[in-house]
Design a protein around this ligand. Structure first.
Ligand SMILES: C[S@@+](CC[C@H](N)C(=O)[O-])C[C@H]1O[C@@H](n2cnc3c(N)ncnc32)[C@H](O)[C@@H]1O
Length: 217
């Protein structure tokens, strides 16, 4: 059986150096996030952003829902991969992050992103009531609500649409049997929930902190 690569920081940098260049505003968001100290870890990795962009292009996605936007790196990256008539709705409850993200979208002159700033479960309920349907949903908010976000997403995604969930490998902790902490168990339970859902085909990609790709049958 082939052995998997040990993805060191050097190798990750090599991957970034040999993939598409980021736009100036993407770089600006990353630099801003770095200035926030520990919170910078909330942002998806550059490789993840580029992987999402490829998925969006391959799947001809036009309408995206993002749950958890922080300062806008993932939303802007995905919006950049959308066609001219594409749209992205981004959900976050944090006003400060959302204001900052808004400024970056404006600076990038990106008019495809619509922000909704309130607890995501409320927004998801509103979207369901108004019968909104998306081609791709990216879940990257509070882990405690992951199963609820996923269940809402199953009602909001088109047939053949893609639901992508971040942090499913939880820094590798999911396989550490000595780890019994609350969040690790939440992620393990979530992964079991997806595994048992016969309505989707699914696989986990070890990019960044692990992305699950679900395709609704
Ligand atoms: C991991 S960060 C998202 C990172 C973002 N996708 C990126 O790559 O830059 C999680 C975000 O979820 C938001 N969040 C946490 N709980 C939430 C909730 N109940 N409703 C809406 N947003 C929430 C936080 O404010 C935070 O901005």
């Amino acid at each position: 059986m082939p052995k998997n690569l040990n993805l060191t920081d050097n190798l990750e940098q090599y991957i970034i150096n040999h993939s598409d260049d980021l736009t100036e505003i993407q770089k600006e968001i990353i630099n801003y996030n770095k200035s926030l100290g520990d919170q910078k870890k909330l942002q998806i990795s550059i490789s993840q952003a580029q992987f999402l962009q490829s998925l969006i292009k391959i799947s001809n996605t036009k309408k995206i829902l993002e749950i958890g936007s922080f300062t806008g790196f993932s939303a802007l990256s995905m919006a950049l991969a959308l066609p001219p008539d594409g749209q992205l709705i981004s959900l976050d409850k944090n006003h400060e992050y959302s204001e900052k993200a808004k400024k970056f979208y404006e600076k990038a002159n990106n008019k495809k992103i619509k922000q909704i700033v309130k607890p995501a479960l409320e927004s998801l309920n509103d979207l369901q009531v108004s019968s909104e349907i998306f081609d791709l949903i990216f879940i990257d908010a509070d882990k405690e609500n992951y199963i609820k976000y996923y269940n809402f997403s199953m009602n909001l995604i088109t047939q053949g649409g893609i639901i992508i969930i971040d942090n499913v490998l939880w820094h590798g902790e999911v396989v550490d049997k000595s780890n019994d902490d609350k969040l690790t168990n939440i992620i393990r339970d979530f992964n079991k929930h997806i595994k048992n859902d016969i309505r989707v085909t699914k696989n986990i990609i070890p990019v960044g902190d692990g992305l699950t790709i679900c395709i609704k049958k």
